[in-house]
Design a protein. Structure first.
Ligand code: ADP
Length: 715
């Protein structure tokens, strides 16, 4: 596929049936390409010779609503519709039907063979009570050679049939019973069932503390959608990291069938199967990461965005989009209900719920015995860690007590590696990634220095690369590897594991580690923000936050909000089952409003404060924000191009353009980066403004320009 800005015209050969939305193959220049029929026009007399469409793929056409959604998303994110379509048609092989294979079935009417050996008898018995399978599979299952099976087929005692290799997924059953809901849960569930029955666009926020049963409540909405229409399709978006076997199992237990998975860890074959089953309307419950939003559901009736505040819903590469926001847009075109769920909703979402744009459902209590953890602040000025250590005596003692009572702890530090900064004791140089301003992190585990921004890495040198002094390099500050070293020294008998994107390379490994934690095989889990996501660890009763101050220093629009979300989520890990939990936060600034709000678990006071600030500044949700980022390989020219771009910014009422300013990461992979921030009133179509601006610009080929509507990352 080529991401074209607009559709091209083609001729339809006489014998071919073509409808809008069909996926076709057609020539583009000298090459055959895959595309989608957008509209069908009348034949115009004497019009230039159009090239013909070559073939129509045997795949269901994209619905009108889906095509409207694609057009709208392209406009909103300031890209060509072709760029969105490319995400929709990501599995070209899935456009063909699944292959078939020959399977063995009982042949009831047939006479039994005269020589019935015991091997033959075993095969005949087995086939009667098991689903059809190939001859080889059957032989393996029964423990006889394939020739025994083949012999029975040749004699006519068994029959065969061609069946698709990828069988349809099992149908979910909405009527299996879940838990008896509490009054509060039932009232939320009742509301959502009504919304689903309306079969119209609506958005509801379930705002409920961790463990309050948000998942159980939205299960009720899913069940209702399937009861109304057994062919209804339901999409559940989860942050990639939360797509664990445990959550799949929960769906399976509730609906009696495994949901369809969609995430980056799928094999090509599984991805094809999932895409095809979704497109054909046979995948009913789909649980996926953000890109599942672009799957071609013909009959989507309900979508759920779980952990809706999560930063990973924002895609930063290629098409820059926010899956929650686009999901709401899709619901508007396809007229279905959306449920957002979170224990710490985004400020924008909460605002929309408060002003009545979204339905607001609150769950305040944890069912049964589970209680919210007590959150305590450890003042590092009073309980000071020993020299070279990072854990205060108070936190160390809490870890020891938890271990002694056979319970689990989790230590959170949002810094990968061993030390976030490497400095030369001789010349004072801070080691940076070449061509950037970004520091190198020391990783002891691999013996390397790594840049987390560019991926650059080098073996840890013996000498300072700048002054050449020997053995002068020193790691400064804590990373999780260093904290693990300290815990091992202080509590040698504890079973410790690390969780960060360096220690865990695949979804498989992650799922295995989460499994070990769930089973209680790990005493102390030490991790980065990867551990903050919705896992349920029954034996976990202590959460320690090593550096609660660190994440506040980000300095962008959402730094405070994000820190609060992260910390309260980490704290919410503790005490999910019967045992009470506690969370201890190490800080040098216990009087800061953020820390006080955390200790009081007073989210609303904290958010009200942040909201007031945003209102004064006209920032989202009280205004719109977009960014334009230029990058260019040459320093001087980048600066002058940025100036030129700034001068061609169109004048428009209610729009302010700030910049050009060097982007916070001003040099990245040898490219110099400048940034504009654009703020507008809510009444302005800021995407249209950004596209108009971009369209006017004539830039050299090496220049790259990216528009980010509603930016999250300010790098
Ligand atoms: P959340 O999604 O809000 O974090 P969950 O739906 O995962 O909460 O519920 C947390 C735990 O409490 C789960 O183990 C769930 O099965 C259990 N639970 C939720 N509601 C009930 C209920 N009404 N009765 C018994 N257990 C419940």
């Amino acid at each position: 596929m080529v991401p074209l800005p607009e559709p091209f015209d083609y001729a339809v050969p006489e014998e071919m049936h073509v409808e809008p939305g069909m996926v076709v193959k057609a020539p583009l220049g000298p090459i055959e390409r895959t595309g989608v029929v957008w509209t069908i026009g009348e034949e115009e007399e004497g019009k230039r010779d159009l090239k013909p469409i070559y073939m129509v793929y045997p795949s269901p056409p994209l619905t009108d609503a889906m095509r409207t959604f694609i057009e709208w998303s392209a406009k909103y994110t300031c890209v060509n519709p072709g760029s969105i379509l490319r995400m929709v048609l990501r599995s070209p092989q899935a456009l063909f039907p699944t292959k078939t294979q020959s399977v063995v079935l009982p042949n009831d009417g047939a006479e039994l063979p005269s020589r019935l050996t015991s091997a033959r008898q075993r095969v005949l018995d087995f086939v009667k009570h098991h689903p059809p399978m190939t001859q080889a599979e059957l032989g393996r299952e029964v423990g006889v050679s394939t020739s025994v099976v083949k012999g029975l087929v040749d004699l006519g005692a068994l029959s065969t049939e061609e069946r698709p290799v990828d069988l349809p997924y099992r149908r979910p059953d909405p009527d299996r019973t879940g838990f008896t809901l509490t009054e509060e849960q039932e009232s939320a569930a009742g509301h959502l069932r009504r919304r689903v029955r309306e079969a119209a666009f609506s958005v509801a926020l379930i705002d409920g503390v961790t463990g309050s049963g948000k998942t159980e409540v939205y299960f009720e909405a899913i069940a209702e959608a399937l009861r109304m229409d057994p062919d209804a399709q339901v999409l559940i978006l989860l942050p990639e990291i939360a797509l664990t076997q445990a959550i799949m199992k929960r769906f399976e237990d509730r609906f009696g069938a495994r949901p369809t998975e969609w995430h980056s860890g799928l094999s090509d074959a599984d991805r094809r199967r999932a895409w095809r089953e979704v497109a054909n309307g046979r995948a009913r419950i789909v649980v996926g990461a953000r890109s599942a939003l672009f799957l071609p559901f013909p009959n989507l009736r309900l979508a759920i965005v779980d952990e809706e505040h999560d930063g990973s819903y924002k895609q930063e590469d290629g098409v820059v989009y926010h899956a929650r926001n686009l999901c709401i847009a899709r619901a508007r075109f396809e007229k279905f209900a959306v449920i957002l769920a979170s224990a710490t909703p985004a400020l924008e979402t909460l605002h929309n719920a408060r002003v009545g744009r979204f339905d607001y459902l609150q769950l305040t209590a944890r069912p049964g015995a589970a209680r919210l953890p007590d959150v305590g602040l450890i003042d590092l000025r009073e309980s000071t860690p020993d020299k070279g250590d990072w854990l205060s005596p108070t936190l160390t003692q809490a870890l020891a007590e938890t271990l002694a009572s056979g319970e689990q702890s989790l230590l959170f530090l949002n810094r990968r590696g061993y030390a976030p900064l490497v400095i030369c004791k001789a010349c004072g140089d801070k080691l940076k990634s070449p061509g950037t301003e970004s520091w190198l992190t020391e990783h002891r585990y691999t013996g390397r220095l790594v840049c987390h921004l560019t991926g650059y890495s080098m073996r840890r040198p013996d000498r300072c690369p700048k002054c050449g002094a020997r053995d002068s390099l020193m790691g400064v500050g804590p990373g999780i590897e260093r904290v693990a070293e300290e815990v091992r020294r202080k509590l040698p008998e504890a079973g410790i594991e690390l969780l960060s994107s360096d220690t865990i390379q695949s979804g498989e490994e992650l799922r295995a580690l989460i499994g070990r934690m769930e089973q209680g095989e790990i005493d102390i889990l030490i991790g980065t923000q990867m551990i903050a996501k919705g896992h349920n660890f029954p034996g976990l009763t202590l959460v320690g936050v090593v550096d609660a101050d660190a994440s506040l220093k980000g300095g962008d629009l959402r730094a405070g909000e994000r820190t609060f979300q992260l910390l309260s989520q980490v704290a919410g890990r503790a005490g999910r089952a019967e045992k009470p939990g506690r969370a201890l936060l190490q800080t040098y600034d216990p009087d800061a409003p953020l820390m006080q709000a955390l200790a009081a678990t007073d989210r609303d006071t904290f958010l009200a404060c942040e909201e007031g600030m945003r209102e004064v500044m006209g920032m989202p949700p009280f205004g719109r924000l977009a960014a334009m980022i230029l990058s260019f390989p040459n320093d001087q020219e980048a600066a002058s191009l940025a100036k030129q771009i700034g001068m061609s910014a169109p004048n428009a009422e209610g729009v302010e353009v700030w910049g050009p300013a060097p982007a916070p990461i001003s040099v990245l992979r040898g490219r110099y980066r400048w940034r504009f921030l654009v703020r507008s009133e809510l009444t302005v179509d800021l995407s249209a403004y950004m596209s108009a601006w971009k369209a006017e610009l004539k830039l050299p080929a090496q220049a790259r320009l990216q528009v980010d509507v509603d930016p999250y990352s300010f790098l």
